[in-house]
Design a binder for this molecule. Structure first.
Ligand SMILES: Nc1ncnc2c1ncn2[C@@H]1O[C@H](COP(=O)(O)OP(=O)(O)O)[C@@H](O)[C@H]1O
Ligand SMILES: O=P(O)(O)OC[C@H](O)CO
Length: 496
């Protein structure tokens, strides 16, 4: 009887479940969106109960859609939106506050305060991260400071914290396992990426009691087990990784110098840098790519906060298009933006600029500018932001990125992919299976369950569907100079 892997892909806007067969091919997919909560400008929350219920309902749906039984599922892999923070009561299993989402900026001022106090360098050395509201630690601190009685409960060891992987495993194991994998741990500002342990000095700085922390495990192996009540039989959980790390694995970027870019709400570019945690000089993040057995792989990461979301904004905020796919036709009506630039710094600027106070800017408007110029500028802004990150990575690693593997919702846009190839002057590879996040979790789970014996066996499964080659007739240098001026204008206009 054939065995299958069930992949949980818990994303920022939806929960997805995909079943993969032994050849690494998707057999069935189910997806459910859930509520985005915006209590104040700059604040973003999710209901952890809804995250759990949506995830478990798509898991049940995908099994029945594939006409399978729990018995047919050999292993579960989990991948998740990272940094999003849940704090819950160990006894009742109830969250004490909504999940604070990675996009949430409420702790920006506190991060500025810590920078002024001179903690940034120490944090960077230990965690590989920049001191930013994006990560978990300041979100937990906010919950402890603002939820009535939370600090006391935490001190008494009654509260647990976790990223979404921890929250899902806690519920899947019915409160038995409180774990996280190294990749998710490396997004907290509390984890030392050199020693692979929680760091006491950092816990003290953020005033987070050690008793709240999950146990850190590998990304692949026998990690946990579902309790008897979830499916009709207990299923081992054998793969866990943050979504971007899973995508890097799903794209089989397993050798030093290989890179992938995921074009979703934001863009996440990761490059495998091998087994040493090099700290970037160009404001990139150093993160753990995965840990399998004794082998740890590290990656450079550049997170771009707004990518596909700029297309959503043109649709929902501006009414310029009625569906995301229309942007391709609208932008293709012009061959150039004629000097118009859109910097989508709606939530600040991420890597490598890191200006949390920056806001969106449109420059270079003339009497001749029209909707198509704006649509094209929006697509170009995604490609330029990617260019900035790639150049920082190349400078830091001394490695020239020869090809970029791509995935995520916006990669269906072939014009965007061509613009990206032109601006980067690099080949862009769109794979056969673009659900690489879920695929990566399935690969990790399959390895952990012994379905595949090693990475080499998995490598043969990854296949290119389409490649985009740079067009050398495009005046890229001139375009890039304009982009740099647009970024300077955005920084100039921002408050700090
Ligand atoms: N044809 C398109 N061109 C450009 N962007 C697109 C297109 N189709 C979808 N998108 C963008 O892709 C994003 C959704 O991708 P997805 O990978 O599902 O994101 P996430 O996982 O972040 O929710 C949205 O921001 C949407 O605007
Ligand atoms: O849910 P996504 O795909 O937008 O990814 C979110 C990232 O993990 C945030 O760091």
């Amino acid at each position: 009887m054939e065995k299958y892997i069930l992949s949980f892909d818990q994303g920022t806007t939806s929960s997805r479940a995909i079943i993969f067969n032994k050849n690494g091919n998707p057999v069935s997919v189910a997806q459910k969106e859930f509520k985005q909560i915006f209590p104040k400008p700059g604040w973003v929350e999710h209901d952890p109960g809804e995250i759990w219920s949506s995830q478990i309902s798509v898991a049940a749906e995908v099994v029945s859609k594939a006409k399978l039984k729990s018995d047919d599922i050999q292993a579960i892999g989990i991948t998740n939106q990272r940094e999003t923070t849940v704090v819950w009561d160990r006894e009742t299993g109830e969250p004490i506050y909504n999940a604070i989402v990675w996009q949430d900026r409420r702790t920006s001022d506190y991060c500025d305060f810590l920078k002024k106090e001179g903690h940034e360098e120490m944090i960077r050395e230990k965690t590989g991260l920049v001191l930013d509201a994006y990560f978990l630690a300041t979100k937990v601190r906010w919950i402890l400071e603002n939820v009535l009685g939370a600090k006391e409960k935490a001190k008494a060891g009654k509260l647990a914290l976790g990223t979404i992987d921890s929250w899902l495993v806690w519920n899947l194991s019915n409160g038995k396992d409180h774990i996280t994998d190294v990749t998710n741990a490396s997004r907290t500002l509390l984890f030392n990426i050199h020693t692979l342990e929680w760091d006491k000095e950092l816990l003290e700085l953020f005033k987070i009691p050690e008793s709240m922390l999950p146990r850190v495990c590998d990304s692949s192996g026998e990690l946990s087990m579902t309790s008897g009540e979830i499916f009709s039989k207990k299923i081992p959980i054998t793969g866990i990784a943050g979504d971007q790390h899973a995508a890097l694995f799903g794209q089989m970027c397993t050798d030093k110098g290989m890179a992938k870019n995921t074009y979703g709400t934001g863009c996440f570019l990761l490059m495998n840098i091998g087994d040493q945690p090099i700290i970037s000089k160009n404001k990139l993040i150093t993160t753990i790519a995965w840990k399998i057995g004794d082998e740890v792989n590290y990656a450079f990461e550049g997170s771009i906060f707004i990518a596909g979301a700029v297309v959503q904004w043109l649709r929902d905020g501006m009414g310029l298009i009625s569906s995301a796919s229309e942007i391709e036709t609208l932008a293709a009506k012009v061959e150039s933006t004629d000097g118009l630039y859109l910097v989508p710094a709606f939530a600040g600027l991420g890597a490598p600029h890191w200006n949390q106070h920056a806001r969106g800017t449109i420059v270079g408007i003339t009497r001749g500018s029209n909707q198509s110029h704006i649509a094209r500028a929006a697509l170009e802004s995604i490609a330029y932001q990617t260019y900035d990150v790639v150049k920082a990575m190349e400078a830091d690693s001394g490695i020239n990125i020869k090809e970029l593997r791509v995935d995520g919702g916006a990669t269906v846009n072939s014009l965007l992919m061509q613009i990206q190839a032109d601006i980067l002057n690099t080949r862009i590879l769109r794979p056969e299976i673009t659900e690489t996040t879920a695929l990566g979790a399935a690969y990790l789970a399959g390895l952990g369950a012994g379905i595949w014996k090693d990475i080499d066996e998995i490598k043969s499964k990854w296949k290119v569907m389409e490649s985009f080659n740079p067009n050398d007739k495009i005046p890229v240098q001139e375009m890039l100079e304009g982009w740099q001026r647009a970024i300077n204008t955005t920084n100039c206009w921002s408050k700090n």
